[in-house]
Design a protein around this ligand. Structure first.
Ligand code: HEC
Length: 738
């Protein structure tokens, strides 16, 4: 449990800081008055360099609205309110890009997934890393100006479905806003990184986490949360940027009948559910995209999956289960419901529609339309009228078998009945829960009219667990699903069945008006990575083979590449300091690219912020030397002592409880230890001290005592020992063969 920190009480933190801030401001005013000169001071020139009157991070509504007047600034995660991630800069262009080289880099002191887009304001680059750490660098030199660690209890890692990531900060009037993994919303002084205020936005007793970028809209900071795989009820809230006081909260699913939080729209939503789903919160967390559109004065957010995934368990009588898997538009001043569009009625495939949203002005059928666009997990690219939410078009941008098409009149998918599953009927669904496109930022160029999407093709099998055997444990997944069974294997063996797993990835250029692919660049290795596009018609994106590349936005031709010694999932940003254009990218994700050696003893994924400029000559540190090279790569497990039954039980328990972090089949796919190599395999006692006793809690491995059944920890131990011995034999055979 992670409720021990006393400073987590809602609103407790920083009254004193606020008071101090007030006093300080008053003091300054006083001094100025006393020393008021007889001659009026010269009006300061309105150059960006002089904008810094509010302190670092001096973004306000007027400045953000006029972002295009400062093309050298990247003042919010998507650069402008439209979240197009398009830069008007042209210093790096098709002719000059070949000379792009590393200007500076900073080592990131966590070895987990890195998903943040660097924000750059007034010469300072702000970036977050895993465990919600924030760093501020001199954007020209890479000098670290300050670092902030919210000291998130590492036990929170147990309830972070998809790694302990963070996607970045918002800058506003001298402050930097951070959503911390443990549910705190924190305002930092942009100059010093000191906490201005901090509020707990969630009930720390419930399995909520935050990984998304807070959005500041008209002086309110908007934040949602994650946790719909565990047991909670999703909502989005708005806090006053100055005081940290909550202004409004929008729940994404109804509470129990009669619950005072049930607004009129939630009362209507209640009719789309059956059963007692509210006992476990219903899920539906809005964990990523939050978009503000000044033209419509609407805030849009995408809502995730319901709890559990299995609809047979969640809502036994079926129904649409609003607002699961929906886009919701609320009034930006009041937070009140305006419209919703449910992409996946009655979702049971983890089709979150939390994936990035953007607005654009597009000529559709001869008419200029102000649209909202999304390429979500479902594999359909949606175009809506941004004001009304009316669907304009929706077509498949990736293979998808769950629906044949979206009916434009009703806005509903024409669902394939074969993909629904129960405890007695298995199904294969395409895409898999990872999605055709997940959180990885996409970008749009008003010049080419194309959207640049990191796409993955995938499929998976599903069956429901028996409803009577379903029990909630809020420290682990409660999806109510089985993804491996004989029935599923049989389905995959049928002719015409899609290939199993996450198969391949590509960078895709999509025409949102014609709703068709223009080009694609296949990735060498499976894995998606965020994109950015510039006015030089260059798309920047990283990949999982450890490269960061520039592509021709019109043809997909690769113009430039640099090795980055890490997998890349985050999206880049670009800015200018003086005459130089810089391109910044945060690297580091699951494990290392094929063939890349660790370059640091503490980092298993070489996490870094890398900043490039034309003619940059900085070298990345090379291969490891001495002690750093001595990371174990040879399997040395003890002999098998467990029974066959234990190994089989252990395999099941491992797949249910451990594989999400330690990797399928005991083979690590992220920077979380590969258990086959663990020193704890030498002693069952050491093993149990970790797995049951929580001895490695501080590193993010909390006790699984309340999750595992008796005997499971031992059984998993024997399973891992058996895997390690099998793989050791293979390793030795391979070594001999060479
Ligand atoms: C939420 C992610 C997560 C899950 C789920 C998880 N672990 Fe871990 N585990 C970690 C992390 C992170 C570490 C590294 C801790 C450290 O560095 O101190 C770790 C470390 C360990 C270690 C020590 C490895 C070493 O360095 O020698 C063992 C043993 C272990 N886990 C076993 C398990 C077992 C068994 C399960 C399933 C019952 C499990 N873990 C589930 C995240 C997880």
């Amino acid at each position: 449990m992670h409720i021990s920190e006393s400073r987590r009480g809602a609103g407790i933190a920083p009254t004193s800081n606020r008071l101090l801030g007030g006093l300080f401001a008053a003091g300054v005013a006083l001094v100025l008055n006393l020393s008021a000169p007889a001659v009026a001071p010269a009006k300061p020139p309105a150059t960006p360099a002089n904008r810094n009157t509010m302190g670092a991070a001096a973004v306000d509504s007027a400045r953000q609205l006029a972002a295009d007047r400062e093309p050298g600034t990247w003042m919010s995660a998507g650069r402008t309110y439209s979240e197009q991630r398009y830069s008007p800069l042209t210093g790096v262009n098709k002719a000059s890009v070949k000379t792009l080289g590393l200007a500076w880099y900073g080592d990131i002191d966590t070895e987990r997934g890195q998903e943040a887009t660097p924000v750059v304001v007034d010469g300072v680059l702000y970036v977050t890393s895993a465990w919600s750490l924030v760093k501020a660098y001199d954007a020209a030199t890479g000098r670290l100006l300050w670092a902030y660690d919210p000291k998130v209890d590492r036990a929170t890692g147990q309830i972070a479905c998809c790694d302990v990531v963070n996607r970045g900060v918002a800058a506003w009037k001298g402050r930097i806003y951070l959503g911390a993994l443990d549910g705190r919303l924190i305002a930092l002084d942009g100059r010093t990184g000191k906490v201005a205020w901090s509020v707990q936005t969630t009930d720390p007793k419930q399995p909520y986490t935050i990984t998304q970028v807070p959005r500041v809209v008209k002086g309110l900071v908007i934040i949602g949360n994650a946790g719909a795989e565990y047991a909670c009820r999703g909502y989005v809230s708005a806090y006053d940027t100055q005081t940290g006081k909550m202004k409004w909260r929008f729940y994404t699913v109804p509470g129990a009948p009669g619950d005072p939080t049930n607004t009129p729209e939630l009362k209507r939503a209640l009719a789309t559910w059956t059963g007692d789903f509210w006992k476990y919160g219903g899920g539906a967390t809005a964990w990523d995209t939050i978009l503000f559109d000044p033209k419509t004065n609407l805030i849009y957010f995408g809502v995730g999956n319901g709890l559990s995934w299995s609809q047979q368990i969640r809502s036994p009588g079926g129904g649409d289960n609003l607002f699961v898997a929906s886009i919701i538009a609320v009034n930006a001043d009041t937070g009140r419901y305006v419209w919703h569009y449910q992409e996946v009625p009655g979702d049971e495939w983890d089709y979150d529609v939390t994936n990035p949203l953007m607005t654009a002005d597009l000529k559709v059928a001869g008419r200029l339309r102000h649209v909202l666009m999304q390429a979500p997990k479902t594999g359909f690219f949606y175009l809506w009228d941004a004001r009304t939410g009316k669907l304009i078009s929706a077509e498949k941008f990736a293979p998808a078998n769950w629906a044949t098409k979206i009916d434009l009149k009703s806005g509903r998918p024409v669902e394939n009945p074969a993909v629904r599953y129960t405890d007695t009927k298995a199904a294969i669904v395409q895409p898999a829960p990872l999605g055709a496109h997940n959180w990885h930022p996409m970008s749009f160029s008003p010049r080419t009219g194309l959207v640049y999407i990191p796409v993955t093709e995938s499929s998976t099998g599903f069956a429901s667990v028996k409803p009577e055997g379903f029990k909630i444990n809020d420290r682990s997944y409660n999806t109510g699903t089985i993804s491996g069974s004989e029935a599923i294997t049989k389905l995959y063996a049928q002719p015409g069945a899609p290939a199993r797993g996450n198969i391949r990835s590509y960078l895709q250029a999509w025409d949102p008006v014609a709703q068709k692919e223009i080009w694609r660049v296949p990735e060498k290795d499976y894995g998606a990575s965020g994109t950015m596009v510039t006015a030089s018609d260059i798309v920047f994106s990283g990949d999982w083979s450890g490269m960061f590349s520039a592509f021709d936005a019109r043809t997909g031709a690769r113009l430039w590449s640099a090795p980055v010694a890490a997998n890349v999932v985050a999206a880049p940003s670009t800015y200018t300091i003086g005459k130089d254009q810089y391109v910044a990218i945060l690297v580091g994700a699951r494990g290392l690219p094929p063939g890349v050696v660790r370059t640091s003893a503490v980092s298993a994924n070489n996490s870094r912020i890398l900043v490039f400029k034309l003619g940059g000559k900085t070298e990345l540190p090379g291969a490891p030397v001495g002690a750093q090279a001595a990371v174990a790569h040879t399997l040395n497990p003890p002999l098998m002592t467990g029974t066959n039954e234990q190994v089989i039980d252990g395999q099941g328990a491992y797949a249910r409880t451990c594989a999400g972090c330690h990797g399928a089949g005991g083979v690590a796919d992220k920077s979380i230890p590969d258990l086959r190599y663990s020193a704890a395999l030498s002693s069952l006692k050491d093993w149990n001290d970790i797995v049951i006793g929580g001895a490695r809690k501080a590193g993010g491995m909390a006790s699984f005592k309340s999750v595992l059944a008796d005997g499971d920890a031992d059984a998993i131990f024997h399973y891992i020992v058996s895997q390690a011995n099998r793989d050791k034999a293979a390793q030795q055979a391979a070594a001999k063969g060479h």
